[in-house]
Every structure is written in C-alpha cells, then in structure tokens.
Design a protein around this ligand. Structure first.
Ligand code: NIG
Ligand code: FE
Length: 411
C-alpha cells in the first residue's frame, strides 16, 4: 500500500542515513524541504522531494498537506509509563510544603507506587498502562523507552517487564525495555542494602535475561538511593547479560555518576539537573547521550538541566518526558519541546533535533527512527496549518497535531 503526502508546506528533519545523532553547533541546524512530497510504502519511507519533482508518482492513497508541516514522530527515550494508580495526594502534600525528599523519607514516593503495583494484577496493570500509551501516540510519540522499577520484588519487576513486552507486541509504537530494579530500596531491606543488590544480581537479572525482557539496565544513582559503588555493582553484573546502561544520574546531586556511566559505555545519562565541569569533561569524546527531562523539573520545581552548557560544550542532547506517577505525570513531548525552549533556552531547531534523532539514539533505534530518511520507518506527524515550525514550541499547551502516522498506519 503506497501513501503519498503532497503539498507539504515544509518537511522537517530530512537526513541521510549516515546521520545517527547531532551534537554541538549542528544541533541548531534542522534540514528541511519546502513545498515537498513524501512517499510511504507499507511501513517505510521510500521517497521525498520537492513537489515539482513528484509528477508521475502513483499511490493508493493521497493526503493533501497544504499549509501543514510534516516531521518525524517524537522519540521519547525515558519513561516509566507502566505503573499502577497515581500519586495526586503527594502532589497536594508538596503544594502544602513537603519536599519530594520528605515524602520519600516517610515511605511515600517510589515505595508508594511499588506497593500499589505489587497489589495490581498483570492484566489490570496492562489496562492502566495502555490508556496512557494510546494518549501519547495521539500526541505524536512514535517510539518509547519504558522502565521497570515500581515492582521492587522479583515477581513484581517481572510483571512490569511482561506488561512492557505485551505493549511492544500489541501496539505499532516502537518499544524498548529497561530493567530498573535498583530504583529504590524496599522497606524490607532498609538495613540490608547489599541484600537487595544481591537479589537484583542473583535473582532478578538472570530471569530478566532468560525471558529476554530488557535491552537496557538502569539504576537511580542518587544520594539516599544507590551510590556509585552500588551502581557499579549492578552495571558490572548486567554486562554479563549484555544489558547496556541508561542511567538516572545527577537529579539532585552531582557526585560522579556521569563519569561512572561513561566508563561503562552507557547509552545515555538522564536527568542531569545538577551538572558540573567534571561531568561535562567525562561526556566529551564519549558515545553517551545526555538526556534532559524538563517536565520533571517543571513538576518538581527543581533546576532545569543546563542544556545550553551541554550543547555549547559541543555535546549532543536528547529530550524525553520521564512520564511517571511521582515526578512527571505527563507524557506530552510537545510540552517537553516548549519547556526546553522556554526554560532551557534551546532553539526550536535544537529542541526538535533533541526530541527526534537524538531521542532515537538515546534508545538505540537511530538506524530506523528519528528522521525523514529513505528506508526508515514511516512514523510521522502532520501538523495543523501553522505559520512555521517555531510555532510548535511557541504555542505551548496547544495541540497543533492534525494526524499521526505510526508504521505507515494512521492513529
Ligand atoms: O525519573 N528519579 C527517579 N525516578 C523517577 C521518579 C520516580 C517517582 O517519583 O516515582 C524520575 O523522576
Ligand atoms: Fe525517570
């Protein structure tokens, strides 16, 4: 089945196959074609170009995109979209003066979500999670990374990962799974952290690998959660199972997590709200993608990741949502784009690069997703009639998406 999109006002993020990520000054360049066409066959982008060169192209279906822009769907490389229940009471508690840390210290936060998830059946967890997956697809997300980490027992972690596997099977959206057993220390192990690390290493990891439930390993490397030494134990153990690190670092404190991640060839380091010169130096010359999560900063009122410093140092940057019940109850990449421009001072070009090709790189799918490239998956957003691509981040909170096509199919 061939689908031809004609009269596209501007086709964004048009790249050759060899561009796998963009860094530094190049992030400010967004290659586009004005007055363009795009040809899709089944689930693949097969051709594009200027309208005047489209004569003679035949298709089963034609969409006229007069006045509209076309761009690749968002690649959200960091989410915890599989969870049970919500934490709106903690949201109110924070309004009334408690901090995220206070709430965690009294047994709320991640432990609260873990308790709810442990008491939720696998089917119910799937049903709750797919309602969110459907919503984000409508909002233009075509690829997503999903973490475990709200189970914190072997059984509940596997339940989460099986739900992720089921989403991967049932939905056209591209899904990559990450095992985050080291998300918080369960109450039962409060005086025996090594006991929990041993459970992850000796019990959970072998089963995750046996059932082929994850590609990546994550650790919440943070004061009060998992130290550099704890994190390194997990990363070394995970290497045996070929799980590549993508880790939570520098959300509240910078104490060497970035250098540790780089040392273990992490695919990405995520959060980075607190970032120092040593962290920047560690990232230089590495293949590790820094990932900013501005909706988390917005929701928790914590500093924004210094994206300008990262880009000005010649590094790449990706943007993701962090969709989760505690620090970011939103999976809206359009809001992330706006917030990155408004609060982190990224240009629209930088933000679009960060949310597409660099997001794809941060979850290891850059060869097939993240740009308008011949041979890549037909995952595209058709906007409403808007004046320019600057209007996307500018009109924050507005939905300017007319149509989303994932794997060649209209959503
Ligand atoms: O990325 N920081 C660690 N994990 C999540 C939030 C966890 C929660 O509060 O449920 C995050 O922000
Ligand atoms: Fe997170």
């Amino acid at each position: 089945m061939a689908l031809l999109i004609t009269n596209i006002k501007e086709l964004l993020q048009v790249r050759e196959t060899n561009v796998l990520k963009v860094s530094g000054k190049d992030m400010n360049i967004l290659p586009t074609i004005k007055n363009a066409y795009l040809l899709i066959e089944d689930d693949t982008i097969v051709d594009y170009g200027k309208m005047e060169d489209s004569k003679g192209i035949e298709a089963d279906k034609v969409i006229d995109a007069t006045g509209k822009l076309v761009l690749p769907t968002w690649c959200d490389s960091h989410t915890h979209i599989v969870y049970a229940g919500n934490r709106e009471q903690e949201f109110v508690d924070r309004i009334n003066g408690l901090s995220y840390e206070d709430i965690a210290n009294r047994g709320g936060g991640i432990l609260n979500s873990a308790q709810t998830l442990q008491n939720t059946s696998e089917d119910d967890l799937y049903t709750q999670s797919i309602a969110r997956v459907k919503k984000i697809m409508q909002l233009g997300t075509g690829a997503i990374e999903i973490k475990s980490g709200y189970g914190l027992t072997t059984e509940a972690e596997l339940k989460m990962l099986r739900v992720i596997k089921r989403i991967k099977k049932e939905f056209p959206i591209k899904v990559k799974a990450t095992f985050l057993g080291a998300h918080a220390l369960p109450q039962k192990y409060k005086d025996n952290k090594q006991g929990y690390l041993d459970l992850i290493i000796n019990d959970m990891l072998p089963l995750v690998s046996k059932e082929n439930l994850a590609s990546y390993i994550d650790v919440f490397c943070e004061k009060g959660y998992f130290s550099i030494e704890d994190t390194e134990q997990i990363l070394i153990a995970a290497k045996k199972y070929h799980l590549t690190p993508k880790i939570h670092v520098n959300q509240f404190n910078a104490f060497g997590g970035v250098a540790l991640a780089v040392k273990h060839n992490a695919l990405s380091v995520d959060h980075l709200e607190e970032l120092n010169d040593k962290d920047i130096d560690a990232l230089k010359g590495s293949n590790t993608m820094p990932v900013a999560l501005p909706s988390c900063s917005y929701f928790l009122s914590i500093p924004y990741t210094p994206g300008r410093t990262i880009i000005n140092a010649g590094l790449p940057l990706a943007l993701a949502t962090d969709y989760n019940p505690g620090s970011t109850p939103s999976g809206n990449m359009n809001f992330v784009l706006s917030t990155a421009c408004i609060k982190m001072k990224l240009t629209p070009e930088e933000a679009i690069n960060a949310a597409t090709i660099n997001g794809a790189y941060a979850m290891g799918i850059e060869k097939n997703y993240g740009s308008i490239t011949k041979g890549k998956k037909a995952n595209i957003i058709i906007t409403k009639s808007i004046p320019s691509y600057n209007y996307l981040p500018y009109a924050f909170g507005e939905n300017n998406i007319d149509k989303v096509i994932i794997n060649g199919q209209s959503i």
